[in-house]
Ligand binder design. Structure first.
Ligand SMILES: O=P(O)(O)OP(=O)(O)OP(=O)(O)OC[C@H]1O[C@@H](n2cnc3c(O)ncnc32)[C@H](O)[C@@H]1O
Length: 193
């Protein structure tokens, strides 16, 4: 497979400002002038994904739907937040769909306090739960859990930035042969069709 071309139009499968801004910052820094277009698309998973597999599946499906929803997009980004039951960690996945080339990367994973874990275990969605406990309206569209629990040292936009930058690596350094077929593909990560 050829090296991926520089994307000109990037679709994002969400209108959550933390996600859209993270893609604008990272893609804009990588490719000045790149167009970033946001669309709300289904994730195909539950509103509160639990575990890495469901979170990654949500990110992949958002990317696939976003690519279809934005005419002329040559790359699509799906971002999905999850809670991992192994240690009850907050997690954040970024999936890219570049028309036959895919990649997934993760951002910071951090433990959640016991009260939050209890709420999620009882079936509550993280966003509304954190709003209730912190009193911060729309927390998931601003500081996020990471901003709340790190006292603003890292906000949710920065959390996504890390995942987006990691997922973009094959497009940023194509000379490393990321999509060559003779390399064994990891269980979670790049895949070419
Ligand atoms: O508009 P979309 O893209 O759906 O954005 P979202 O924030 O609702 O959706 P996610 O899939 O990223 O997150 C899944 C759920 O977890 C919540 N969530 C995840 N991470 C969070 C965080 O850091 N802070 C607050 N809520 C979070 C969020 O409110 C959702 O209920």
């Amino acid at each position: 497979m050829d090296e991926p071309a520089t994307p000109r139009r990037v679709a994002v499968g969400s209108t959550n400002p933390t996600k859209v801004e993270a893609v604008r910052r990272i893609a804009g820094a990588a490719w000045p002038g790149v167009e970033v277009i946001a669309r709300d698309v289904p994730s195909g998973v539950s509103v509160q994904p639990v575990g890495a597999a469901e979170t990654e599946a949500g990110a992949r499906q958002r990317a696939r739907h976003a690519l279809a929803a934005v005419p002329g997009a040559d790359l699509a980004v799906g971002l999905e937040g999850g809670v991992d039951p192994a240690g009850y960690l907050l997690s954040a996945a970024c999936a890219l769909d570049g028309r036959g080339r895919e990649n997934v990367a993760w951002s910071l994973r951090m433990p959640l306090p016991p009260e939050v874990v209890r709420g999620v275990l009882a079936g509550e969605e993280l966003g509304p739960l954190l709003e209730r406990l912190s009193g911060i309206e729309g927390i998931g569209r601003g500081p996020g859990a990471v901003g709340l629990f790190t006292r603003g040292l890292v906000d949710r936009t920065r959390l996504w930035e890390m995942a987006v930058a990691g997922a973009l690596a094959p497009w940023l350094t194509p000379q490393w042969g990321w999509f060559l077929r003779d390399e064994p593909a990891p269980a979670s990560g790049r895949r070419s069709t």
